[in-house]
Design a protein around this ligand. Structure first.
Ligand code: MN
Length: 403
């Protein structure tokens, strides 16, 4: 690979778009070759946090901030534009003052994106966007699993006259059968809320609720390995509310909750999402008026970056990671030296290698095996369980049976 000088021109000129992606209106998507399309939802009309309006400015804030996410990563050797054919469709049309009609307009845009064969990546905007996006995506992929990363369950009850706000979207998508709650998790739940019993209520809809405490103490790798084992290759709707982060790193959200993820933890969590069949990405709730110097917007743009990298890593696993300490690579067998808690060796567990064998060569005691030295085959789940203890170990992944 060559390293060329002068690459900044592409991100400092032209019209501002998400990650500098070319602007292609949804009406021109068909036949464009776009594989993933950003769609802005510049809407705050269903924001349940009425004292903190501003997420309508989210898409524009995100586009500006995303220009600080450069085309290349020190850690991932992936050309996102080549891999995904990224385009930015601009913002969805809205029906101001009419949330039902607004959702219909968004749903139509998403339908067009899907018909063009692209993955929709919506950038919010208030969290009610999940309803129209899931209505369109759920038609193509019935009974999706939802992975909802948020400090809130968004599975609140609603009144007959005012069904839609940014706290009820996961009630609607369950009731409408768009996602299958048995395979759907709310992850990162914490802090205060205005109603009692919201967690049991989410569970009564069939969802699994993973508190932030359970997530952090249980370990990202283990929790996400459990999710992966549960959903298998089922289509996954990934919904990421930026308030899962701590307000110290994402102040510009509508409902901030203390004790959230650090930026580093959020990235580590995302890197555990390999080997999922993610069919839609819905990132919402960036609110530039409450933001501090674009922190939440910039972090949100990075969340999208990491999501796209990780998703591709699951589909096309390769060991090109800065910290991979790749020892050996003959195309079929990779050996990597791991750090404690490192999770990115998960990508080899993917459908392209059904007969994949993972060997762990360990040089010290492990809590599960109680052995010292030697090689043992690991299942996907075991890998997730052991990941926090694999410091200094070598993981060898090969296609085919153990030799
Ligand atoms: Mn939230």
């Amino acid at each position: 690979m060559s390293v060329e000088a002068g690459g900044f021109a592409s991100i400092t000129s032209g019209v501002i778009s998400m990650l500098g992606a070319p602007h292609v209106p949804t009406g021109e998507l068909a036949g464009s070759g776009a594989g993933a399309a950003f769609l802005g939802f510049p809407y705050d009309g269903a924001n349940a946090a009425i004292e903190r309006p501003g997420s309508a400015n989210g898409p524009r804030g995100l586009r500006i901030a995303s220009n600080m996410c450069f085309p290349w990563s020190f850690e991932w050797d992936i050309d996102l534009f080549e891999t995904y054919g990224l385009v930015d469709c601009g913002d969805s049309p809205l029906a101001i003052g009419n949330v039902v009609r607004t959702h219909e307009l968004v749903q139509a845009e998403i339908r067009t994106i899907l018909e063009a064969g692209a993955i929709p990546i919506t950038i919010g905007g208030d969290g009610s966007v999940t309803v129209p996006v899931a209505r369109a995506v759920g038609k193509k992929y019935p009974k999706m699993a939802a992975l909802h990363i948020d400090s809130h369950t968004d599975s609140y009850p609603y009144g007959a006259e005012e069904k839609y706000n940014s706290a009820t979207q996961f009630t609607h998508v369950a009731e409408e059968g768009l996602v299958d709650p048995e395979f759907s998790w709310h992850v990162g739940i914490r802090s205060t809320t205005y109603a009692q019993g919201v967690v049991p209520r989410a569970m009564s809809l069939g969802y699994k609720v993973v508190s932030i405490d359970e997530l952090i103490r249980g370990g990202f790798a283990q929790r996400m390995a459990e999710f992966r084992d549960k959903v298998g290759k089922r289509p996954v709707y990934l919904c990421f509310d930026m308030d899962v982060f701590d307000p110290s790193c994402a102040p510009g959200v509508c409902t901030p909750s203390w004790g959230g993820l650090s930026a580093r933890e959020g990235i580590d969590l995302l890197r555990c999402l390999t080997d999922l069949n993610i069919v839609a990405v819905d990132v919402n709730t960036v609110s530039p008026p409450q933001d501090v110097n674009g922190m939440a917007a910039h972090l949100c743009a990075h969340v999208i970056y990491e999501t796209l990298y990780t998703r591709d890593m699951g589909l096309n696993p390769h060991p090109h990671m800065l910290d991979g300490h790749l020892i050996e690579d003959d195309g079929k067998r990779w050996t990597m030296k791991l750090r404690a808690g490192q999770t990115f060796a998960n990508p080899p567990f993917q459908a392209g290698f059904p007969d994949l064998t993972v060997l762990l060569t360990f040089g010290h005691s492990l809590p599960r095996t109680k052995s010292r030295g030697g090689q043992v085959p690991l299942s996907k789940c075991e890998y997730g369980l052991l990941a926090p203890f694999l410091d200094g170990s070598e993981v060898c992944v090969q296609s085919g049976p153990i030799v």
